[in-house]
Ligand binder design. Structure first.
Ligand code: BG6
Length: 303
């Protein structure tokens, strides 16, 4: 029996949740219910797509050049960054944004919510390789609830006897009409570390709009953000808890060209990342025997 057949027997939900063996050798969960469709790659617990039935376009963006491959992150969707965000503080050889997005996760549970949304919970599988980079006793679980709202909950449980500190993100790529025609509200007055042109602390004046590369870590904010999209005539609401940093990122022409998997020549113009994060000033101490949970809800409303 293949891995997907085995998972279908244990966790599949007729007409709502099926697992398939992808040609890449990875396993993908496909969601299909009265509210939405979505897909998630078990490697990395990587949500790849989400489209509520109320929307004619996906809300979570996946690059048309995205590739599924063992040990590689997928371009687009909602990469899980853990247990650090960005470059590792001291080890240049460790992967950017941590290892969670490129290692296997196992399915723990699936089910149907009272409102008909479909739930799937996965747990990161640790190995000698992950322990060589992060040697702490813990469980990391991601629950995804696919409905008209998409809810993602990432829980880090410290099962050891010593405290530890993590950085983390749900690094979600959102589908937009055109980067020049959107603005992000909710961050007015916040301070941010500007990663473009040196790391400087700045103040956000007004909403965020885009005329070039933007790579900012807003700190000390749990505010709901809204992507106002005049071209697709919709607003994407991003509401979070357990997260005090928000990253806003668009690579723009030059960087997107160098990345090679952003959907050349202009696929990158149809995405913006609004990431729910704990980084820099907001890394989280998880005391021994406790659990920390980052929760994000996405909702698209047309106008
Ligand atoms: C963002 C970072 O979160 O992720 C950017 O702020 C980075 O600096 C981007 O370029 C993409 O990262 P990666 O590792 O997925 O290419």
């Amino acid at each position: 029996m293949t891995t997907a057949q085995h998972l279908n027997q244990q966790f599949g939900i007729a007409g709502q949740l099926t697992f398939r063996d992808d040609a890449s050798g990875l396993v993908v969960a496909e969601f299909n219910n009265a509210h939405a469709t979505a897909s998630l790659c078990l490697q990395g617990a990587h949500l790849m797509s989400w489209q509520p039935r109320s929307q004619s376009k996906p809300v979570v963006w996946l690059s048309r050049d995205a590739k599924l491959a063992a040990g590689k992150s997928i371009r687009g969707g909602a990469p899980v960054c853990w247990p650090w965000f960005g470059a590792h503080a001291t080890e240049a050889g460790f992967p950017g944004h941590g290892f969670a997005r490129t290692v296997p996760w196992q399915v723990l549970e699936s089910g149907i919510e009272p409102n008909g949304a479909t739930r799937l919970t996965l747990r990161l599988v640790s190995s000698d390789k992950t322990r060589a980079q992060w040697d702490h006793a813990c469980n990391v679980d991601l629950t995804v609830i696919v409905g008209d709202t998409l809810r993602m909950e990432m829980a880090t449980e410290n099962t050891g006897t010593a405290d530890f500190v993590i950085g983390e993100a749900l690094h979600t790529y959102l589908q937009i009409g055109d980067i020049g025609a959107v603005r992000v509200t909710g961050l007015e007055g916040c301070q941010y570390w500007d990663k473009v042109g040196g790391s400087e602390l700045k103040n956000q004046v007004g909403s965020v709009s885009f005329t070039g590369e933007v790579d900012r870590v807003y700190i000390n904010t749990s505010a709901e953000c809204v992507i106002e999209d005049d071209k697709l005539k919709r607003r994407i609401h991003i509401k979070k808890s357990g997260s005090l940093s928000t990253v806003v990122w668009t690579p723009w022409t030059e960087k997107a060209g160098k990345m090679g998997d952003m959907g050349q020549p202009d696929g990158w113009r149809e995405m913006v990342c609004v990431e729910s994060v704990n980084a820099i000033d907001n890394v989280v101490k998880v005391a021994a025997g406790t659990r920390h949970t980052l929760i994000v809800e996405y909702r698209a409303i047309s106008f």
